[in-house]
Design a protein around this ligand. Structure first.
Ligand code: NAD
Ligand code: DAU
Length: 353
């Protein structure tokens, strides 16, 4: 049997960002065994990893991070040297509709993983628990300023509150038990495999199908967008070289108001679909705002750039082109993930028939 140099567990590897992280690690590190531990909720999809699923250094285990027995079994079987934790309930609007699942998975699930690490790693210092978190823990910015690693936590939604709680537990396990941890807090990602409940893939599928594009409020809220494979590169760097016990902000240096972003997307898609310029913009429909909608997120990614040499490699224009091309070429994926539960959710969320 092949002796792998390191065994790395990645939780949530079948989701959007997780699939980019798994692909990067499987391909970059043939001497690592990559164990993807994923429950396959509505957001997890084995199709996201078709191209690596037969790689010799890839293992998939279907399991729930809240299930201590299942998590401990992974530690016993594979003696992991590292864990990159992405499994989460990730959609803000779903957290507003039903916060409980977010507390279960994001808080109790993270706690369950930390407890397994504490039990199995004991005093090992050559291991790493990498917690993948969000800029939403910092709350909302006005028109000026940026989130830095020392910005006080001020979460506003049930989703961001659950992520903030999990970040605090991860830090507490470093301070109390000396488990080697790192945290990354990233801005909004986009790219292939993005579940079409989130703004960009929702808008792409709506434009393609000539359906209304729902824009909350006046579309003035601002997000900082990063191409997901660039986030995966940041995770790779921080996992290997980040200072233990510390956090790193990751962002795209790329702020867009929602309305400007949707107009850009409409223009790209009009061109690609051979429509008249301005045609798709007519689909924009302003709808009731998200309760407690954070006005602006903007990341100061100066630390990861200065200390680890990370920068985004894909411009927004290039990343959006690639993303639109991916969705246009993968309508079977979109049709598959938009199953009955998706349709029920969309009906409730947008009060559509
Ligand atoms: P996603 O919703 O696309 O995927 C989540 C994955 O976790 C799915 O594969 C799902 O099956 C799995 N999962 C959910 N509950 C689980 C459980 N109890 N046990 C095991 N697996 C479970 O999420 P994403 O957008 O890829 O986000 C991944 C991580 O990155 C999350 O922790 C999220 O908070 C964080 N993050 C996301 C963004 C973003 O823009 N999407 C930005 C910053 C940080
Ligand atoms: O900032 C990082 C976060 O980015 C991640 O932690 C979350 O997991 C991820 O989902 C994302 O959260 P947002 O709430 O910013 O993403 P979403 O795509 O849901 O919304 C982006 C913006 O678009 C936000 O201002 C709300 C708005 N929006 C969203 C939807 C779904 C609309 O105007 N209409 C919509 O239908």
């Amino acid at each position: 049997m092949h002796a792998y140099r390191r065994n790395i567990v990645i939780t949530g590897g079948s989701g959007f960002i997780g699939s980019h992280v798994v692909r990067l690690f499987v391909n970059t590190y043939p001497d690592y065994r990559i164990i993807n531990f994923d429950k396959l909720t509505y957001a997890g999809n084995p199709e996201n990893l078709r191209d690596v699923e037969n790689a010799p250094n890839y293992v998939f285990i279907q399991g729930d991070i809240c299930d201590a027995a299942a998590v401990n079994a992974v530690f016993e079987e594979y003696t992991p040297d590292g864990l990159i934790h992405l499994a989460a309930e990730s959609h803000v609007d779903r957290s507003i509709e039903g916060p409980e699942a977010f507390i279960q998975t994001n808080v109790l699930g993270t706690f369950t993983l930390l407890e397994a690490a504490r039990k199995h790693w004991k005093d090992r210092t050559d291991v790493c628990f990498h917690h993948v978190s969000t800029d939403e823990v910092f709350g909302s910015l006005g028109d000026e300023g940026f989130f830095t690693e020392s910005t006080p936590y001020d979460p506003q939604s049930p989703y961001s509150a659950s992520k903030a709680a999990s970040d605090h537990f991860v830090r507490a396990y470093f301070n109390t038990y000396r488990i080697p941890v790192v945290i990354t807090n990233c801005s909004n990602n986009y790219g292939p495999n993005h579940f079409p409940e989130k703004l960009i893939p929702l808008a792409i599928t709506r434009i393609q199908e000539k359906q209304p594009i729902p824009v909350y409020g006046k579309g003035e809220n601002v997000r900082d967008w990063l191409y997901a494979p660039d986030h995966a590169r940041a995770i790779d760097l921080v996992f290997h070289k980040g200072k233990r016990g510390e956090s790193y902000n990751v962002g795209g240096f790329n702020e867009w108001s929602n309305i400007d972003l949707i107009c850009l997307l409409c223009a790209i898609m009009d061109r690609k679909l051979g429509r008249e310029p301005g045609e798709s913009q007519q689909l924009i429909t302003f709808v009731t705002d998200r309760p407690g909608h954070d006005h602006r997120y903007a990341i100061d990614a100066g630390r990861i750039k200065a200390e680890l040499g990370w920068e985004p490699t894909v411009t927004f224009e290039e990343g959006l082109e690639r993303t639109v091309d991916w969705y246009l070429a993968n309508t079977a994926w979109t049709d598959h993930v938009r199953d009955g539960s998706y349709r029920d959710y969309i009906r409730r969320q947008y009060k559509e028939e």
